[in-house]
Design a protein around this ligand. Sequence first.
Ligand SMILES: C[S@@+](CC[C@H](N)C(=O)[O-])C[C@H]1O[C@@H](n2cnc3c(N)ncnc32)[C@H](O)[C@@H]1O
Length: 229
Amino acid sequence: MQKRIVRRLDLERFLSQVEPHPSPDPSLEQYTVSIDVAATMLHIASHVNGDVVGKTVLDLGCGTGRLALGAAFLGAKQVVGVDIDKMAVGVALKNSLRTGLEKRVQWVAGDIDVLCGVFDTVLQNPPFGVQRRKADRRFLEKALKAGKVVYSLHKHPVADETLMNRLRNGKGNPEAVSSSPFLTRFVEEHGGKIMGVYGIVMAIPHMFNFHKKRRHEFIVDLYVIQGRR
Ligand SMILES: C[S@@+](CC[C@H](N)C(=O)[O-])C[C@H]1O[C@@H](n2cnc3c(N)ncnc32)[C@H](O)[C@@H]1O
C-alpha cells in the first residue's frame, strides 16, 4: 500500500471539522480531546510508529469521534469507535458523514465491553477516573486485551508547573516523561509493556462547574504500550 503522509496542519484542519459534544456530562468526563493533543497523538501513532496507515483501529470511549476519524483520515484500513453515550455516537455518525469517511468508520453505542476482537491499534482518551474511581483502569484493561499496540491518555500524576511551562514554551511539542509506578505495574500485570510516555498540554474550554477559568489547562501523559497480543 502506498504511504500517504499528511501534513500536521492538514490533520489539524481536518480535526477541527469534528464537532465536539454539544452537552457533555461531567459524570462521564465527556470532554472532547483538544485538536492539538489529538494531532500529536495521531502523529506519533501514524508518522513516528507506523501504527495507523493500513491498520485496523479501535477508539474506546470515542465520544464524537475525533481520534477515530483522525485515524481514518490518515489512512487506517478500518476504524471502530465505541461509546456508552448514544448522543455522542449520534454526533460521531454525523461527523463521519460530513467528512465523507462513513464507509471506513463503524460506530457502536454501548459499553466498551460489548466489543470483542483484536485490532492492530487502540487509541483512547478514557475518563481519567476523577468522577468515577478506576474508570481509566477498565479502559486500559480492555485496550490491552483488544489491541496489539495501545495509545492511551492519562492524567499527569502531579501538578508540575515547571513541566507545564516547558511544554508551553515548546509550542505544543511533547516531552518524554516518566511513567507512573502504578500504571507501570498495572500494565505489566495485564501483559503489556510501556514503550514510551509523553507529556502534552491539553487546553479545553470551560465546560463544567468545577472548571475555575475560561480555559482549563492541564498536562496529559500519552502512554504508548505494547499489548499482550
Ligand atoms: C474523556 S471523553 C473522550 C471522548 C473522545 N474520545 C475524545 O477524546 O474526544 C471519555 C468518553 O468515554 C465515554 N465512556 C465513559 N464510560 C464508558 C464506558 N463504560 N463505555 C464506553 N464509553 C464510555 C464517555 O461517554 C466519553 O465520551
